[in-house]
Design a protein around this ligand. Structure first.
Ligand code: FAD
Length: 469
């Protein structure tokens, strides 16, 4: 059990809360998107929350928790959706959301503290010099930069820039280790992969330097098509049209778009399969020319020429994409869940057609077009009409048998969520940076059970989690 009195005695300068309601609230993320994670993790809570306001606070907090053997789970704003930010071994949640300053903005790059909210960073960069982050999650209005780097993968902007895993999309990270005397490391280049998308298991990111791109007042457009195939092939073509600058390119099948996008419903005929795009204003005419080359393409919605009053109450179009599509569907039909699928280049369009023909209404299509290893292809975040966990596993298996790898969002470990194998670089770094294994325990199988067998029929259950139950 966490010795909160001893922790408070060692850290008089840090706000430490142990009120059960607040602690529980800070111990949760969007895990409930998954009926599987909801069943497994709903009872999870830490013992206390530490609020860091500076790098010195993080260093002091980690040294104290190390000395007292208290597990530490870092937290931005808890929008992760695989239970990444949930403290499976209780202990302390380290809240970083008060470390929210933008420290420097220069041509092509900026430096910010890890707890800065992504939209606030963009607002400052736009006001400073008409620049913005290359990539952001669709949760940009609430998610932190550190949480995106540690828990996310890409999103809005990935159609032009690829994902966070691509070299150059993170410039530098300042990271604090979990040792008797915590070290402050500056990681660059290949070393960034030690901590990016590691769920905070091997160091706390306190500062990030990120590349910037020109900020355009992106035009939001929705184009309708008669078939899913036509919509997907148009999105693919737009993705490949390098002369047309774009930031977002998603496809949502009929009738899901009409049924689940409340605020845009008036523009969306129920039978239309839609492409949602963000296009640079000076390329809007070129984009419209591209749509006119497609028979049956219909312009359904555009913010070009729309007044502020007309836009009032409408979400940004990227908030219809990525995991927001799932959120909007869930609000209307709570039985819905989702998957995360890669349709590998060059067979993406064929695979999309085959898979959706096979599943029909059980799996309404949602595609996000991206650059992946430099090629235009798409991820699927299909909606799934959930029946049983066995059927969900079967749907995952069928995708993989058909050639579409699944990054399983119904698993809370790094390995099962996507890598399907140990990341040797992350594991080696964890031995150095977190020798007692106190950072976000239970999320890296390789640390807890080096000989674990990853056969698809098995699901890892963290022993610490069993002990808590
Ligand atoms: P949290 O949820 O608080 O943390 C995420 C992970 O990072 C946890 O493991 C946490 O322990 C760790 N962590 C947090 N801060 C630090 C730190 N400073 N140092 C080390 N570890 C840390 N993700 C995408 O990639 N793209 C999307 O488009 C996207 N859309 C989403 C839409 C919805 C509606 C939802 C619910 C989720 C979406 N996500 C998306 C997932 C999530 O929003 C992003 O990963 C987000 O950036 C997480 O930020 P956060 O501040 O909420 O992090």
């Amino acid at each position: 059990m966490t010795d909160i009195a001893a922790l408070k005695a060692r850290l008089p300068q840090i706000r430490i809360e142990d009120h059960p309601t607040l602690v529980r609230q800070k111990s949760r993320d969007f895990f409930w998107y998954s009926p599987v994670l909801k069943r497994q993790l709903d009872h999870i809570t830490a013992d206390c929350v530490l609020f860091a306001t500076s790098m010195a606070d993080v260093v002091a907090a980690l040294a104290a928790c190390y000395a007292l053997d208290i597990p530490v789970t870092p937290r931005g704003t808890g929008t992760g959706n695989y239970g990444q930010a949930m403290p499976l071994s209780r202990g302390a949640v380290l809240d970083l959301s008060l470390m929210n300053k933008v420290l420097e903005i220069a041509p092509g790059r900026l430096v910010a503290e890890a707890g800065a909210v992504i939209c606030d960073i963009d607002k400052q960069a736009i006001a400073h010099s008409g620049q913005e982050l290359r990539l952001h999650p669709s949760t940009a209005k609430t998610a932190t930069l550190g949480g995106f780097i540690a828990g996310g993968s890409g999103g809005v902007g990935s159609i032009s820039w690829g994902g966070l895993r691509d070299l150059g999309n993170i410039t530098r990270l300042k990271v604090v280790t979990m040792e008797a005397t915590p070290r402050i490391l500056d990681l660059r280049g290949e070393d960034l992969h030690k901590v990016s998308h590691a769920y905070g298991t091997n160091g706390i990111i306190v500062e990030a330097e990120m590349p910037l791109a020109p900020a355009y007042g992106w035009v939001e457009v929705i184009i309708g098509f008669e078939t899913l195939g036509a919509a997907a092939s148009f999105a693919n073509e737009t993705g490949e049209a390098d002369g047309i600058l774009k930031k977002q390119l998603a496809v949502v099948a009929a009738p899901a778009a009409h049924d689940y996008f409340n605020r845009h419903r008036a523009w969306l005929p129920r039978e239309s399969h839609i492409v949602c795009a963000m296009i640079a204003p000076h390329n809007y005419d070129a984009f419209l020319a591209l749509t006119r080359r497609r028979r049956g393409a219909e312009l359904l919605f555009s913010t070009a020429g729309m007044s502020a009053a007309e836009r009032k109450g409408l979400p940004d179009i990227y908030e219809l994409g990525w995991n927001h599509t799932t959120l909007r569907a869930l609000k209307i039909d709570p039985t819905i869940t989702y998957l995360q699928v890669l349709y590998p280049f060059p067979n993406q369009l064929d695979l999309v057609e085959k898979i959706h023909a096979r599943f029909g209404d059980e799996l309404p299509a949602h595609l996000e077009f991206v650059r992946f290893d430099g090629k235009v292809t798409c991820f699927g975040l299909p909606l799934v009409r959930f029946t049983t966990e066995e059927r969900l596993d079967q749907i995952v298996r069928i995708h993989e048998e058909m050639g579409a790898p699944v990054f399983n969002p119904h698993r809370y470990t790094l390995e099962e969520g996507g890598m399907k194998q140990t990341d040797a670089q992350q594991l080696a770094f964890k031995r150095e940076a977190d020798p007692k294994g106190l950072l976000n325990p239970g999320k890296m199988i390789a640390w807890d059970d080096p000989n674990y067998d990853y056969s698809p029929s098995r699901t890892y259950l963290f022993p610490g989690l069993q002990a808590v139950e």
